[in-house]
Design a protein around this ligand. Structure first.
Ligand SMILES: NS(=O)(=O)c1ccc(C(=O)N2CCc3cc(O)c(O)cc3[C@@H]2c2ccccc2)cc1
Ligand SMILES: [Zn+2]
Length: 262
């Protein structure tokens, strides 16, 4: 998996990915434009359940396409279940899709409306598959929870992540990022749309059950106040950087409360 044969530029962007990844022209490719009026209500779909209490984040890394927070996934301590899923799926990582300077970067759209950004919490089916890599190629291997980010009030905890971005400026950099619980990134409602789709980046495997929350979370204009290119990344990673450089341990020390989710 070379990280530099695709990107978001003119020479290597999404419209060209099919050259190296023919599945780009497959039958269940993501992202999509979500049309709530035509989405069929499926009464057999129950609520999704997130068990993130014993979350163990390990590190934050810049893989050249995005900044990813990895989790310990050796057991079922952090899982998503319910909704369209037949069994629990383990949290593996989360990452964001930000837009270019001043442009809106969500991957999914709702009736053509783009959001400022989109958070993806990536989970894998450890009941049926031995490893994440194996699950990532299976049609029921992954479940990704998509959460839209909209500009609005200052998000109390997002600064913890944006402050950490200083540590992973360059592609391939990794830094410790312990005890971050993504529960604080959830909106108050877990109402969702769901469909069978794919990874939104190469290798574009058609292995994702998408669960996209209807309610966005708010990030303040201040948070993406200025953004900058992540040197060394093939992706114009316009990540919001806070002016206040808070000590990461200090931010986590404050981070003992977990958001309540219904
Ligand atoms: N946006 S998304 O659909 O939620 C998504 C989910 C997972 C992954 C992921 O884990 N990938 C794909 C991209 C990638 C790039 C790398 O440089 C890398 O080292 C790993 C990955 C992994 C991946 C690679 C190969 C098979 C499966 C996953 C990427 C995107
Ligand atoms: Zn993603």
């Amino acid at each position: 998996m070379t990280g530099h044969d695709w990107g978001y530029g003119v020479e290597d962007g999404p419209s060209l990915w099919h050259q190296n990844y023919p599945i780009a022209e497959g039958s269940r490719q993501s992202p999509i434009d979500i049309l709530p009026q035509t989405a069929s209500h499926d009464p057999s779909l129950g609520p999704i359940a997130l068990k993130y209490d014993q979350c163990t984040s390990i590190n934050i890394a810049n893989n050249g396409h995005s900044v990813v927070v990895e989790f310990e996934d050796s057991d079922d301590r952090s899982v998503i279940q319910g909704g369209p899923l037949d069994n629990p799926y383990r949290l593996k990582q989360f990452h964001f899709h930000w837009g270019g300077k001043g442009c809106r970067g969500s991957e999914h759209t709702v009736e053509g409306h783009s959001y400022a950004s989109e958070l993806h919490l990536v989970h894998w089916n450890a009941v049926k598959y031995e490893t994440f890599g194996e699950a990532a190629t299976a049609p029921d291997g992954l479940a990704v929870l998509g959460i839209f980010l909209e500009t609005g009030d200052d998000h109390r905890w997002l600064h913890t992540i944006t402050d950490a971005l200083y540590m992973v400026k360059f592609k391939g950099s990794v830094t410790n990022f312990k005890s971050f619980n993504p529960k604080c990134l959830l909106p108050s409602s877990l109402h969702y749309w769901t469909y069978l789709g794919s990874l939104t980046t190469p290798p574009l495997h058609e292995s994702v059950t998408w669960i996209v929350l209807k309610e966005p979370i708010a990030v303040s204009e201040k948070q993406p106040a200025h953004s900058w290119w992540i040197p060394g990344s093939s992706h114009y990673g316009w990540f919001p950087i806070q002016t206040s450089q808070m000590e990461l341990s200090l931010a986590f020390a404050a981070h003992k409360t977990t958001a309540s989710t219904e």
